[in-house]
Design a protein around this ligand. Structure first.
Ligand code: NAD
Ligand code: MN
Length: 359
């Protein structure tokens, strides 16, 4: 008898509900095919509807309840009726920071059959993992507004970078780079203009680097990094950056890989003291919500990352191959990838392909 893995599903807002329902369907179909995989889902109705009814995005004891799970599958937080900073801080950031999910991992590659916007760039040339510092930095939440509403109002957001926070994300990125064939890491900062914390990043990079002589690491300024991603994609492998910088770079990366709708992410607590959270990188997509055409592949790929994290490499590989079978055939794709298929049709196509994919 295998122990069931307990998954907390938090669909959240907008298309979050549509893609998480699809993700749960695919994972359940996978579990039926895999004798060693048993998944038990519990759904949490948290999000903006919950906020409008209860005045908070999640239950007061929400974090304590989530701790009992093996992993969290998350949709999106964001709704036109609730200010974005309220929905984001009340749910997604509350979970990431409360469960110390300090490593945000965002793989980017061109899936088979998908043509990205970069002319002539092949799948072998665009294969990156962006590591985002996910616990502090520009999104630490420190700051305030003084004299609100008056002409002399002041708004301050303070970026907090700690030696421990920077060192642990750099070590995580070096370890990840070491596990990949290219063994290459690019550390992104803006240490010419931001002359305190970003210079500290560079200094800590120099220290940590000494422990990884087998990994080639280099430094880039974030503005120059955008041009390198577009013009020389093959020169990159693992990329590490601060919370804000990596947030922006990873949306660019997602677009370069074909669509924001296919990009996955993992919010990891690498020491496994707390559950980690897996989610597509896209948001609530107000423009397409309720239309049934949201691309579920970003959620499926996030589910692959979740299974890998939970030690289920076999089923994870099987699901990834099923996704790639569907993209390679190119017959059942949502409009963001140039197709005409619905979320449900892509979900059924991936479930169909699972049978043909071995674990
Ligand atoms: P978005 O990702 O929701 O949408 C950007 C564009 O990409 C839209 O045109 C949308 O239709 C398209 N898109 C996104 N996901 C798609 C999918 N799966 N299939 C097809 N097309 C897809 O970003 P936004 O418009 O900046 O934000 C909308 C809301 O989502 C805001 O409230 C924002 O705060 C929130 N948001 C939440 C998260 C999160 O919870 N992790 C992330 C980003 C944005
Ligand atoms: Mn983002």
């Amino acid at each position: 008898m295998t122990q069931p893995l307990r998954i907390a599903a938090i669909p959240g807002d907008g298309i979050g509900g549509e893609v998480i329902a699809a993700g749960v369907d695919v994972l359940q179909a996978l579990a039926e095919l895999e004798p060693g995989l048993e998944l038990r889902f519990e759904h949490f109705p948290w999000g903006s509807d919950y906020y409008l009814a209860h005045g908070r995005m999640m239950d007061a004891d929400g974090l304590a309840r989530l701790r009992a799970f093996d992993a969290i599958l998350f949709g999106s937080a964001g709704d036109p009726r609730v200010p974005d900073h309220v929905s984001l801080w009340g749910l997604r950031l509350a979970i990431c920071q409360g469960l110390d999910q300090y490593a945000n991992v965002r793989p980017t590659r061109l899936l088979p059959g998908i043509e990205g916007p970069l002319r002539g760039v092949t799948a072998a040339e665009l294969d990156w993992v962006i590591v985002r510092e996910n616990s502090e930095g520009e999104y630490a939440g420190a700051g305030g507004r003084v004299h609100q509403g008056f002409g002399h109002e002041v708004g301050i957001d303070v970026s907090i970078m700690t030696r421990e926070g920077v060192a642990r994300i750099l070590r995580f990125a070096f370890e990840l780079a070491r596990s990949r064939p290219k063994r290459q890491l690019t550390v992104v900062t803006k240490s010419n203009a931001q002359r305190h914390a970003m210079v500290m990043w560079d200094a800590i990079h120099d220290e940590v680097k000494a422990d990884y002589p087998d990994v080639a690491s280099d430094r880039m300024l974030v503005d120059a990094m955008t041009t390198r991603m577009v013009l020389k994609p093959a020169s990159l492998d693992v990329i590490v950056a601060s919370n804000l910088h990596a947030d922006i770079l990873s949306d660019l990366a997602a677009a370069l890989s074909g669509s924001l709708g296919i990009a996955p992410t993992a919010n990891l607590n690498p020491e496994r003291r707390f559950p980690s959270m897996f989610e597509p990188i896209h948001g609530s997509a107000f423009d397409i919500m309720g239309k049934g055409i949201a691309n579920p592949i970003g959620t499926f790929w996030s589910a692959v990352m979740m299974l890998e994290h939970l030690g289920q490499a076999g089923p994870a590989g099987r699901l990834m191959r099923a996704i790639e079978t569907v993209t390679e055939r190119g017959e059942v794709l949502t409009p963001d990838l140039g197709g005409e298929a619905t979320t449900a049709a892509v979900t059924q196509a991936v479930i169909g392909a699972l049978a043909g994919a071995n674990s």
